[in-house]
Write a protein of this length. Sequence first.
Length: 346
Amino acid sequence: MEKPYVTTLRRAFGLFCLIFSCFLQGAESITILTTTTDLADITRQITGELAEVSSLCDGREDPHALTVRPSYIVKARTAQVWIRIGMELELGWEPPILRDCRNRRIQVGMPAHIDVSEAILPLDVPQGKVTRDQGDIHAFGNPHYWLDPLNGRLAARYIAARLGKLYPEHDAVFKTNLTSFLNALDVRMFGEPLVNCVGGAKLWQWQLAGTLDNELGKLPGEVKLGGWYGTLRPYAGVPVATYHRSWIYLLQRFQLSLAGELEPKPGIPPSPKHLHQLSESFKVKGVRVILQEPFYSPKAAELLASRLDNLKVLVCANSTGGGAGAGSYLEMLDHVISALAEALKE
Ligand SMILES: [Zn+2]
């Protein structure tokens, strides 16, 4: 028969092992791989310390044309969750990574494959058949949707809901973090006094219904519109040109008008004939700004600016980590919106 102190020691050791394994399970963070830096930043805001989040794009490259590296496949092999923009943005590079990583868990259609485009309000959804001579048109609509802060909001809600289903034990934390992120976004969008007085959800409802200005008129005088919306409000209707058709969500949300793109068709570089036509139409419309990403050549924009008076070229990162002032998703929008307002000043 076993001596009593041996039994006690055996039990104590068993208990220690149980506690230790629970501790290890609890401490093990979720490995999340996103396709872009904006998705990574939004996801980090939701998971906090509970996940190790990394992005395949670093924010400085053209997200349509990422070159697949072996290290991406290694990362994808151990990822527990995959989050993508969707709408064919990653069409050129996601399929080989998913195929070669042989990670069944993150394949398209699996619960751990999160396509954020399922939750957003799309623009440019083509009517009828898409053909090659239309250029690099995306069959499901324009994939640059993260530049509308409302889509950033919808993306965050969707990511939190999907992660909550995958990890119900952390759902409460995801929800709390989501609330803080949405509040931070709403405050940047409309200004703190207005969000404190009315609430972010209501303000978005008014904005979507087109009744925001009218409703604001009914509020006490000291509660003024601020934030990004307040910053760009004086420029509603002002025409802005862009290099690629990647800023339409931002322009539409802030009611700026799109004067045209330097690319004659998406993905096709500017031709002399197209630039000539643009310089004529920009003159008529009084276009003051060409907005473009740092990874496109600025030559065509600079050529137009040299031909037309008062036309500025504004090079701005439109992804987190894509350049100065774009350290996070909200900072990136801050930077773009304040730079745009500055450039549009007479
Ligand atoms: Zn594009």
